[in-house]
Design a protein around this ligand. Sequence first.
Ligand SMILES: NC(=[NH2+])NCCC[C@H](N)C(=O)O
Length: 411
Amino acid sequence: MTKPIHVTSEIGKLDVVMLKRPGAEVENFTPKMMPRLLFDDIPYLPIAQKEHDNFADTLRENGAEVLYLEKLVVEALDAGGSEVKTAFLDKMLTESGYAAGMIRHELKNYLLSMPTAEMIVKLMAGVRKNELDLVPRDLVSAAEERDYPFFLDPMPNLYFTRDPAASLGDGLSINNMTFPARQRESFFMETIIDYHPRFADHGLHVWRDRNQPGRIEGGDELVLSNTVIAIGVSERTSAHAIEDIARRLFEHDSGFEKVLAIRIPHNHAMMHLDTVFTMINHDQFTVHPGILGEGGQIDTWTITEDQNGELHVDHHLNLKQVLKDVLGLDEIDLIPTGGGDPLIADREQWNDGSNTLAIAPGVVVTYNRNYVSNQVLREHGLKVLEVLSSELSRGRGGPRCMSMPLVREDL
Ligand SMILES: NC(=[NH2+])NCCC[C@H](N)C(=O)O
């Protein structure tokens, strides 16, 4: 049987992928909560779901098996049995800010009274205060939180399955995420890997787990080849975590020998490397011109292991040259988002015009709204499969963010 996780490139034919269909969580918040929940608008759920189904169908029609996160967690908990389910809930409540006390007790009873599938939907969607017959009498609730409508916040970013974990070779990183709005998400992934029959006991390597200090997110982790990984030094991923994962990958025979750290601006529009740079063919990449300085310069470091087992770091400024060197290519094609027009580049990057998902070498899935960038990709010889994007894009992520490849064919 093929391994449950096997990803040695960004572009090998996509065989198995994990998605999350947007649910009640993307509607269960108010404009005031948006900045904290990392959304810039309120999506219209029925249309977001239609668009997401269109995305999933496109992947299936092109030969990928689509698994759903929400289904895998339920199957994992059911396989684990009631003790695992209770321990899962205990930990989820602790991570949601209820380590002890009356509210924890009530929330636990409320959620445990539900069948597993319903409990998971509820945890993802959030629990409002008016759902429980409870007037908290502790000082914190009485003094500060009276008007806040939730006991448990919704997790609207779950449909960006790319970020809580990343498939790297025959294993994965399960990530310690940056903002509280997303930190609980990677616990679902950990539960799947630990208890789902498809993943547990298959010798999967967790190269770095979510308990490690230093934040990292999958949108920053790109598998350039079976020996090279690129990682963004970004708003979401710290240099410390990059050194740490590099060390672990080198030590544990992962096959990876080089990590390319690329520094990008630290802001919400460009939160991850994959919002400004993706690999789409053996020698082709999309890049948002806004990240490149004069003469196309950008801070890049190659990290390798020296003979003494210490990390060795080299600094470079020419991304194109570094990519040629690490991939052993004579020429590469860096395709600018928006075709190089700075105004269009900014507009389309905002709606994830650089966030392309390669499903085979030279075949990409993109949002239809980025029609200038899509046309440019076609002119560069790529096959572009467009998917619907009016509502999904309001969460600030595109086709790469919305998918976690589990198995790709080797090149
Ligand atoms: N890989 C990505 N670019 N993911 C996009 C995630 C968007 C999400 N709203 C966040 O801010 O976290």
